[in-house]
Design a protein around this ligand. Structure first.
Ligand code: 3H9
Length: 702
């Protein structure tokens, strides 16, 4: 409960207009205390003859980020956000919502119940509940379609997308837009102007034609969801709710929505998505304590290949000035062409307008001389993955960059400690491991070498936020967090393939588990040559007794690198099409088995998933044990955002807790009877099982 010094509602009066400020910083989430106090304030206002109208606003720059997600795991306490919304809607005195900062979820639902809405142009309005496996439970599925029409409301609710104040005005979601300084005055004027007309019931935005269009749009979405291997219960239920909004009176629709919301709150998908949300928040906090980030405005990118170009675009999009460096004029032009073509595709698809592209490109410059980096605050090296090449680049950077500039490498596996030790300022060297395409993929592994300064780590986390990336701190080892774990569970898939499961069955089993693509389909997409290079690199350090499956090498030797060569594990007769099974690949696998004397055995899909997950979780536990990842939530965040792990399962560590760590350990122990080296259970996993603990409890220790 709030102390008397920290009321959740700040009430002031301005000439008969009562201003009620939501006051639960920083985001004014609608926790129980806030709902209770707001409900009471509205009841009092109804009876107070000095109050003629009410303005609802948010203190501290935000209206509200919606319900307090942490409360969903606890017993529900009235009043609900929906009850408060009903009171607002039924108020005989006009209520105007003044929106700035975020107005999301339950926050926007309160505003939807008001008699008018005024917002700032930059406000972010939306119903993002679906991203948490929920649906708007405070009347949003009923009031938004009534206000702006079902066809416009449907994508906003189904995708959980937010819109700016300007866009909301165009949709009819806001009645007016103004700047922050005048927001409250404008809302007060509006509340007075509404006078006694406020309580008059509002007509639906849709006529009969709109209603039919809405029903048709719902039918299309139902078909789309039915065709997906996995959709959230919330996605199906919210369509039912919007349909109810078109077919039933408000009161019945609200009842329907409340039941659907309760179903979503109880779903494992909600628990998984809420876990992923909080895991990201935890992972995103800089481990460098109070260290203050260095200022970054000018960035350099060395190397204009696919990765470097993507990094440059990400930085330009975030408002940074970028200098691109390449070794010669032709390579530089190729790099610039790549950047231009990324933007061209965005303009062609309508995601970006030509003026915004021009603005971003105006901050890009290019050079073949490293001296152009002399004023850079941060440089990211994205050249060929070779220690000697990288060492040369860092020697150049050491020579030309100003003192205090941050020197980052985008290597995926090289020893960053060695790179740092090779120059005169190891404290400024850090790993920024982007994922391809770097302007799209969310994950950013921030790899911290031994000598790095705290403020360099803090700057990297601040930069990630600016680039809208999801950062995870990683220690230095071959593959850091994600690629190190990936290598092991891919091996488990290879073993199963050699032992009798086809790559197609393995993909299908893991796609049913929730991956958008199974491991072999993914290998075809990324290019078989990439994995081939990794395997060649690791060959020297692979223990001679370790099992090694040669199928992938056999395909690469034939030039079958996947989609880009028209065949890999699958056949791709036409570009962009989903691959077809290839009998010749099955013959290659059969030949390998014959050579090794392996008799194929049948696999059930369930066993495929269990082995894959046991390998993944076991290596993840070793990554924790070695201090490469700080906490299980960081691994969940990395695997969900960079490796396609189904988000609605929360992440592999959450999955392991859900299945039960003793069950995972028992699987490992039984598989270890076949191959004691590969399946050796991690010490951490054994300890957690002994202590009856979980990865979730480990998270709480941080
Ligand atoms: C809902 O409304 C259901 C209703 O329909 C029905 C009701 C019946 N709850 O992200 P940040 C925490 S469902 C609890 O770093 P930003 C966050 O964990 C809700 N906590 O700030 C962090 O805590 P900590 C629908 C929340 O400026 C701190 O606040 N709403 C919530 O980068 C700062 O967060 C949503 O889904 C919450 N709702 O981004 C919005 N929101 O410091 C979810 C945040 O301890 N929130 N926290 O780590 C967001 O998307 C972003 O937080 C937001 C601000 C964009 C708002």
């Amino acid at each position: 409960m709030p102390t008397p010094e920290q009321p959740r509602i700040l009430a002031t009066q301005q000439d008969g207009v009562l201003l009620l400020g939501l006051n639960h910083p920083p985001l004014n989430t609608l926790d129980h205390a806030l709902r209770q106090q707001l409900y009471a304030a509205l009841q009092t206002a109804a009876l107070d003859p000095s109050v003629q109208a009410i303005v609802l606003h948010g203190a501290g720059g935000n209206f509200s980020a919606g319900a307090d997600i942490r409360e969903f795991g606890q017993p529900r306490q009235p009043p609900w956000a929906g009850d408060v919304a009903l009171l607002i809607e039924a108020s005989a005195k006009p209520v105007v919502a003044a929106l700035q900062g975020v107005a999301l979820g339950g926050g926007l639902e309160l505003a939807l119940a008001a008699h008018a809405r005024i917002g700032t142009a930059g406000a972010r309005l939306g119903l993002p509940e679906v991203k948490l496996g929920l649906l708007p439970g405070g009347g949003g599925t009923q009031r938004l379609p009534r206000l702006i029409g079902a066809t416009a409301a449907l994508p906003l609710i189904l995708e959980g997308r937010d819109v700016s104040g300007d866009a909301a005005l165009a949709l009819g979601l806001l009645d007016a837009v103004c700047d922050e300084a005048t927001l409250l005055d404008a809302a007060v004027r509006k509340a007075r102007a509404l006078g006694d007309d406020a309580a008059v019931s509002r007509p639906r935005a849709d006529g009969e034609a709109g209603r039919q269009a809405g029903l048709a749009a719902i039918a299309v979405q139902r078909e789309r969801l039915a065709a997906k291997p996995h959709s959230l219960p919330a996605q199906r239920l919210l369509l039912d709710c919007i349909q109810a909004a078109l077919e039933q009176p408000l009161e019945a629709g609200l009842q329907f929505e409340r039941q659907a919301f309760l179903q979503c709150v109880a779903s494992p998908e909600h628990r998984g998505l809420a876990h992923a949300f909080f895991a990201e928040k935890q992972a995103g906090k800089s481990p460098a304590g109070q260290a203050r980030p260095r200022a970054v405005q000018q960035a350099g990118v060395v190397g204009g290949g696919t990765m470097g170009a993507g990094i440059a675009v990400a930085m330009l999009n975030a408002g940074l000035d970028v200098v691109l460096i390449e070794r010669d004029a032709a390579s530089l032009q190729a790099g610039l062409d790549r950047i231009n073509s990324v933007y061209q595709r965005q303009v062609d698809s309508g995601k970006l307008d030509a003026a915004a592209r021009a603005q971003r490109l105006s901050r890009l410059s290019a050079a073949t001389d490293y001296a152009a980096l002399s004023a850079a605050d941060l440089v990211v090296e994205a050249v060929f993955e070779d220690m000697d090449v990288k060492a040369q680049v860092f020697a150049e950077l050491d020579r030309v960059c100003r003192p205090g500039a941050i020197l980052a490498t985008n290597t995926s596996y090289l020893d960053i400690n060695r790179i740092a030790r090779g120059i005169s300022r190891p404290q400024d060297v850090i790993g920024l491991h982007f994922f391809s395409p770097a302007n799209v993929m969310k994950l950013l592994e921030i790899v911290v070498p031994e000598q790095v300064a705290d403020d360099v780590v803090a700057t990297s986390f601040a930069l990630a936020r600016r680039l809208r990336k999801v950062p995870v701190r990683a220690g230095v080892c071959d593959g850091f967090i994600g690629n190190r774990i990936l290598y092991v569970y891919r091996e488990a898939a290879n073993f199963m393939m050699e032992d009798g499961a086809s790559p197609y069955q393995i993909d299908q089993a893991l796609e049913s588990f929730g991956y958008a693509m199974g491991p072999f389909r993914t290998a075809d997409l990324t290019g078989g040559d990439i994995g081939w290079a990794t395997r060649k690199r690791k060959a020297a350090t692979r223990p001679p007794e370790a099992r090694y499956v040669r199928v992938a090498d056999r395909l690469c030797e034939r030039g079958w690198f996947g989609q880009k060569t028209g065949r890999g594990y699958y056949l791709y007769p036409e570009r962009g099409q989903r691959g077809r099974q290839d009998p010749e690949v099955l013959a290659v696998i059969e030949a390998e088995r014959a050579e090794r004397g392996i008799e194929a055995r049948p696999f059930k899909d369930e066993e495929i998933v269990r082995r894959y997950m046991a390998a993944l979780v076991n290596e993840a536990a070793k990554v924790l044990e070695d201090g490469i990842a700080l906490r299980p939530a960081d691994i969940d965040t990395a695997l969900v955002n960079g490796y396609g792990f189904p988000r609605w399962r929360g992440g592999p560590m959450k999955y392991a807790d859900d299945v039960g760590l003793p069950a995972i350990l028992a699987d490992l122990e039984s598989y270890a009877r076949e191959d004691a080296g590969f399946w050796a259970p991690s010490e951490l996993l054994r300890r957690l099982v002994r202590e009856g603990s979980t990865f979730g409890k480990l998270n709480q220790q941080h």
